[in-house]
Design a protein around this ligand. Structure first.
Ligand SMILES: Cc1cc2nc3c(=O)[nH]c(=O)nc-3n(C[C@H](O)[C@H](O)[C@H](O)COP(=O)(O)OP(=O)(O)OC[C@H]3O[C@@H](n4cnc5c(N)ncnc54)[C@H](O)[C@@H]3O)c2cc1C
Length: 387
């Protein structure tokens, strides 16, 4: 039987960040496994690449600020440009109640040091994004240091840095189960290439994380949720510097990437088929109608059906990440449930996980709100209403 000091299950951006940060802290014999044929076959390759620190809870703001700091030295650390572009995030409220929720989130952000996040009136909004129709907009919030990142470049950076530090990376290997000792700890992982003896394992299986946790007897409440993306044909109707623009009421948002406009609007997945990522023509028609009503210039853009795609969020009950050892199986570590924020938080989560696994706790910031046991304790983070 082959062996590893630690096996990271899942080679998306979070698993790669975890493996890199472990190796950088001196862990040797780290093994990163993914059943995909190569990088980016999971959610990381489907992400649109938004980055924001405008969240409504202190822990999410802190994760973003730590990630932003790490993005600043990402290229020096890994050799790859993470593509951070401070184009801003502009949230729009349709009425006083939505605006009050955005303001409450901003109070949390200011308390955490995100002072550049500001409230904006319709005049500011017209300046920040002149393409918008404003008759249904009551106001909004804006943060200029939010913006964009390149998910696949971040994944590549961590994989390159992993290789330089001696991490073994194996594609096309499916993890099929775990062998546990009488005390509940993991002795080995079962894979499609045979068993691997391990000192510890990391569950970085994204939208499939509940399956892995289940092998250790832990019911991890992380579910897959489809997100669809409508993509226009290339055009210069909107500038690439346009901020990510989000309608707080229904979550419709848009951005420009590589000369195309991406349109998103969260809807439920396919009932009974949580891993189905098909893009539905009716959804494309509905999101396009929203875009035409709110951003009239897009009436001149055509949707490129072949370029539209679907992918999976990995959603926890309080829409916050799950980080730390599994209760009752203390050498299986979870870094799951980022609920659609996993690329932007990957730098922070990888570092915090490595601290927890090396020192028993994270010192850079207090990860208590993310502990796995919060679900059984009934001590969930406040579920964000809009942010
Ligand atoms: C449409 C869309 C837009 C998004 N936009 C953003 C955004 O703007 N900003 C942002 O931060 N996030 C965004 N996300 C969310 C982001 O993609 C995820 O949060 C993030 O990629 C999670 O990273 P991960 O490494 O945990 O998951 P993944 O990238 O899915 O990696 C998990 C890996 O585990 C592997 N795996 C699973 N089970 C096994 C097994 N048994 N054996 C071996 N391998 C296994 C899979 O093959 C997969 O590669 C978006 C997601 C979607 C779908």
């Amino acid at each position: 039987m082959t062996s590893a000091s630690v096996a990271v299950i899942g080679g998306g951006v979070i698993g790669a960040s975890a493996a890199y940060h472990l190796a950088a802290r001196g862990w040797r014999d780290v093994l990163l496994l993914d059943r995909g044929a190569g990088p980016g076959e999971g959610s990381t390759g489907r992400a649109t690449g938004g980055f924001r620190a405008q969240y409504a809870t202190p822990i999410n703001v802190r994760l973003s600020l730590l990630s932003r700091e790490k993005l600043g030295c990402f290229e020096a650390e890994t050799g790859v440009d993470p593509g951070y572009q401070a184009a801003g995030y502009l949230w729009l409220a349709a009425n006083a109640s939505e605006l009050a929720t955005l303001r409450a989130g901003q109070a949390v952000q200011h308390a955490e040091g995100l002072h550049e996040a500001v409230e904006v009136g319709c005049g500011d909004i017209a300046r920040l994004n002149p393409a918008l129709r404003l008759d249904e907009v009551a106001g909004g919030v804006y943060c200029p240091t939010d913006g964009f990142i390149r998910p696949l470049q971040m994944l590549q950076g961590y994989l390159d840095a992993c290789r330089r530090l001696g991490v073994r990376i194996e594609w096309g290997v499916e993890v099929l189960g775990l062998s546990r000792r009488a005390d509940g700890t993991i002795a080995a992982i079962q894979t499609s290439r045979g068993p691997v003896g391990v000192g510890a394992a990391v569950n970085a299986a994204g939208a499939w994380a509940a399956v892995v946790a289940g092998w250790a007897g832990w019911e991890l409440p992380v579910v897959a949720l489809r997100r669809q993306v409508a993509v226009t044909a290339p055009s210069d109707l909107l500038p690439h510097t346009m901020p990510m623009t989000i309608y707080a009421g229904d979550g419709f948002h848009l951005r420009v990437r590589d000369g195309r406009v991406l349109l998103l609007w969260p809807t439920p997945g396919v009932p009974g088929h949580p891993y189905d990522v098909r893009v539905e023509p009716e959804w494309i028609a509905a999101v396009t109608a929203k875009a035409h009503a709110r951003v009239p210039v897009l009436r001149r853009a055509s949707i490129d059906s072949a370029a539209c795609w679907g992918g999976l969020y990995e959603v926890s009950p309080d829409k916050h990440a799950v980080l730390g050892p599994v209760p009752g199986c203390n050498n299986l570590f979870l870094v799951n449930g980022s609920s659609g924020h996993g690329v932007m938080h990957a730098p922070a989560l990888g570092q915090l996980l490595a601290e927890i696994m090396s020192d028993g706790t994270a010192k850079t910031l207090d990860p208590t709100p993310l502990r796995p046991s919060r679900f059984v304790e009934g001590d969930l983070n406040p579920v964000p209403e809009l942010l």
